[in-house]
Design a protein. Structure first.
Length: 477
């Protein structure tokens, strides 16, 4: 039967777009983290939504599971098949067209296989910006961003992928196609199906295209690295900057000393922004598209940058900031962002680590970090924390403290302690990386039973054969 399915799929997309040889499929069946590896009947690479619909109908008729896959940058095993269900991997990377840009309505229609950075460069030609931004932008794809409701550094101003999306095109489990790419900002005609499919990790349907909001290209940015006396002070600084700039803060990234130390260890050419030990570092960026903010004085100074420097000076006088470095060139700004975006690679290269992707109300971040850092050190771990502090999202990674053997550390006890404290503070154990396979245990234990029941009911209604990325997101009873 499997051979017949593969042959039928070849008839749809062409033999060259169906991969079955072990050396060809190896990169597709292994998760980026290396934790998950499985098998697939084939890797199928459709070029059109019509191709996807035909493949889904074929698989539905034969009860073959479909695992959608994009740029393969996920961290939770969401794009790798689970054992026990014959599966094909549906790679959407050939569906890589930017279908249209509407400069008047400031929207773009883009297919699921478009790489995020390609979209950035495309709309920039129209002096517009797609403000979804994170380190994997050079390889992640739009379909994966939608599937996991990806976040990143600009969420503080623009929101997650869901907030940027105005409509989708998707193939449902029966092969029918939903086309909702009108780009309307108001459309109260029933259930919002796009919001149901965004963040569903391919378990309810396959998003093949989407229409997104665009924003004006900033005329000027002010980027700085701050040394702060505490996390509590960081939240106060964030709010003051928001108040004084009219919510123009685009990024507010927490980078404590331990994280910067690891970056500098793994990438020794990294230049520290400030001298001395910076226990609580923050990378902040303010941006404006207002012409007045980009006005240049006789001495070459730019208005927004001067205003931000003056505000930082006031905060230093109040003791809320200990030291600050304000980027004076595009190169200095680029160096700051390169440092921030290299953290995941640096932690990975540094040695074994367990990554927690959590979110908390802003006022509870400092109590969480201060208590957990002490408890994790007591257990022999070195917390390597970075975070999108502006929206309450922390990437709380646990590595072995100096002199400790990772294999002997009580990781399960540490995870349980972190999650118990997190839930006690009304936090979430998954902020922007998704659930995939890796967090099914947390979903079963920590997600409200009534919410899981609704999720299972929706899954049964839309995908009664359970062929859409089975074994992900929703834990089995």
């Amino acid at each position: 039967m499997s051979a017949a399915i593969v042959d039928a799929v070849r008839d749809i997309v062409g033999s060259e777009n169906v991969l079955t040889l072990p050396e060809d499929v190896a990169g597709y069946v292994r998760d980026w983290t290396g934790r998950y590896q499985s098998k697939a009947l084939a890797i199928v690479r459709p070029a059109t939504t019509e191709d996807v619909a035909k493949i889904v109908k074929l698989c539905a008729a034969q009860n073959i599971a479909i695992v959608p896959q994009g740029g393969r940058t996920g961290l939770c095993g969401g794009g790798v098949p689970r054992a026990g269900h014959p599966s094909i991997i549906l790679s959407l990377t050939r569906m890589n067209a930017v279908r249209s840009v509407d400069p008047v309505g400031r929207t773009v229609v883009v297919e699921a296989g478009v790489v995020l950075d390609v979209l950035h460069q495309h709309v920039l030609e129209h002096d517009l910006v797609f403000p979804l931004m994170f380190g994997a932008k050079g390889s992640c794809t739009i379909g994966g961003n939608l599937s996991t409701n990806a976040g990143g550094s600009n969420v503080v101003r623009y929101g997650n992928t869901r907030e940027l999306c105005l409509g989708i095109e998707a193939v449902m489990p029966d092969g029918s196609v939903i086309n909702a790419l009108s780009g309307l900002r108001k459309d109260n005609t029933g259930y919002d199906l796009k919001d149901l499919l965004i963040g569903a990790e391919g378990t309810l349907g396959i998003i093949t295209a989407a229409v997104f909001k665009l924003v004006p290209n900033p005329k000027v940015t002010a980027t700085a690295f701050l040394s702060l006396p505490s996390l509590e002070a960081a939240i106060e600084v964030l709010n003051r900057l928001q108040d004084q700039t009219g919510d123009a803060v685009e990024a507010f990234e927490f980078m404590p000393r331990a994280a910067v130390d690891v970056i500098c260890k793994v990438f020794p050419d990294t230049r520290r922004p400030l001298d001395g030990d910076v226990e609580n570092g923050v990378l902040v960026e303010v941006a404006s598209s207002r012409p007045n903010d980009s006005e240049q004085g006789e001495d070459g100074s730019i208005r927004l940058q001067i205003e931000v420097m003056e505000l930082l000076g006031d905060l230093m006088e109040e003791g809320l900031i200990l030291d600050a470095m304000v980027a004076q060139s595009d190169q200095q700004r680029s160096d700051l962002w390169r440092m921030r975006e290299s953290i995941l690679e640096a932690i990975t290269e540094n040695g074994p680590a367990y990554h927690l992707d959590v979110s908390l109300p802003l006022g509870r971040i400092a109590p969480f970090v201060s208590k957990m850092d002490v408890e994790m050190a007591r257990l022999g771990f070195q917390p390597l924390t970075v975070g999108h502090l502006g929206d309450g999202n922390l990437h709380y990674a646990l590595a072995a403290a100096e002199g400790q053997d990772w294999e002997l550390l009580p990781l399960e006890a540490a995870k349980e302690m972190v999650l118990d404290h997190l839930i006690g503070l009304n936090g979430s154990f998954s902020a922007e990386h998704g659930i995939g396979q890796s967090k099914l245990g947390e979903m079963a234990k920590l997600k409200q039973a009534s919410q899981l029941a609704v999720m299972r009911a929706i899954k049964r209604a839309l995908d009664p054969k359970n062929i859409m990325n089975p074994g992900k997101l929703i834990p089995e009873k």
